[in-house]
Design a protein around this ligand. Sequence first.
Ligand code: 3VV
Length: 243
Amino acid sequence: MSDPDPQQSMEALASPRVRAQLDEDLSPRRLALRRIAAANRLLIEDMVGTQVDPGDLDAVADELEALGERFRHDRPRSTYEGMAEAAMAGGAIEAFFDHSPLIGLANPLAPPIRIEMGEELVTGRVTFGAVYEGPPGCVHGGFVAAAFDEVLGTAQTYSGAPGMTARLKVDYRSPTPLHVPLVIEGRFTRREGRKIFTEGRILDGDTVTAEAEGLFVTIDPTKFRELAEGFDRRIAGDQADDA
Ligand SMILES: CCCCCCCC/C=C\CCCCCCCC(=O)SCCNC(=O)CCNC(=O)[C@H](O)C(C)(C)COP(=O)(O)OP(=O)(O)OC[C@H]1O[C@@H](n2cnc3c(N)ncnc32)[C@H](O)[C@@H]1OP(=O)(O)O
């Protein structure tokens, strides 16, 4: 038996999360939405602890409200536009991850975490800014857990049959600092039937700030489509009610 072609196995591992972070082959709309999100992210970050003259704050609020009018819509809308059913069969689902609250380059709430996938190790790189503050100068524990969910959620794809998070255990070992480049490691450890076991840690240099174990349960991929379709139906229902 010949050894697996490393190039091929890397391609097999290339997750939509990783592809979602490339700037290649993006439509002008997606590129612009990423720019808007980046500007928005910076705005939110700089707003915390702003030195703007208190007398100018109302004028700034007026400007922001006027800008907000350009994006205003009065009910939730689907972000799945352009995601044909074929997307679930291996097409371009990375547009979905553009909106991820953790890695999404078109989502200003996302720090964003940058994901790399090695042969066995998933590495997330992130610097949490002021808006993620929990204890003074430190990342809020809920965001630490969210970061693990994303990175372990990527690591579980090495099982070949990924699913949804069933359980996430986090041990907070030492405070996780803001404004410092952090490395989040995630590994797939074993699979028992539908249960997929993962573990990970967050590193600030050599210091382990947190460790986690994640249990994922394999689901039929069509469940994601059902969730998306259910969401679309709920929105459509709301709109019909309002009509
Ligand atoms: C057009 C649009 C297209 C979109 C494109 C989409 C592409 C999408 C691709 C990727 C998206 C990824 C997005 C990132 C997300 C990051 C990860 C998350 O945040 S996920 C959100 C948080 N998680 C949930 O909301 C799950 C809620 N829970 C459930 O839905 C169910 O509980 C589920 C599926 C987890 C399991 O339910 P069951 O009915 O299928 O399976 P049962 O029989 O209950 O469990 C199976 C085994 O697992 C154990 N198990 C289940 N839950 C457990 C738990 N909490 N602790 C310990 N064991 C547990 C059970 O004891 C059982 O074990 P025994 O086989 O008997 O040994």
